[in-house]
Design a protein around this ligand. Sequence first.
Ligand code: FE2
Length: 233
Amino acid sequence: MSLIFRPLFEKESSTYTYLLADSITKEAIIIDAVAETQQRDIGLIEELALDLRYIIETHVHADHITSSCPLKQKFTNAKIVLGESNPVACADILIKDGENLEFGNYSIKAMSTPGHTDGCMSYVVGDKVFTGDALLIRSCGRCDFQGGSAEKLFDSISRLFTLPDETYVYPAHDYGGRTVSSIWEEKAFNEMIGGVDKAEFVRRVNAMELSLPAKIHVAVPANQVCGSKIVTD
Ligand SMILES: [Fe+2]
């Protein structure tokens, strides 16, 4: 038995999509799939003859449109999964903190990590954690829209830091080409939270000066229907 693990990248939004599968049973999951790269992802799933079971989102994204709905139309065994705090009618499963989903002999465990948005979930598979935009490599997600809270994000990252130090960290984005980190590296070197208290972290997050994502007014409404249509107003 071995785990098939394929990190994938969408360059316009610098988003990582992760495909994981049991190599024996072929049952598979995909995390944070993107509309622009759906044909690539469908092609890979078909080439590897995978049985896609779960289409998982770490959160309702503001910077890109998901391909959840098109993937579900293609792979009809699959269910769309979002964290329970997301009021999204298109989800088949609103997963709760601590719940597991099985794929073959593997399982993925939901870990509630709000703060970037109020509905953010991280997911643990063995020695890997998929942190969405809660914990980024040497950074963290912004907290200035979609119910964001720097105070909650501090608590969420502190919770992620209770995972074993050697756990690999796979974020939803990286803007500098890095692909993986680890819990110990982020404890030591994360430029937002490494070695600072909550008050200082909140000050740093609130001092971020970022323009709104270019696609936010399109992406958020589209993602609330799992990418089934693009809302343009
Ligand atoms: Fe995000």
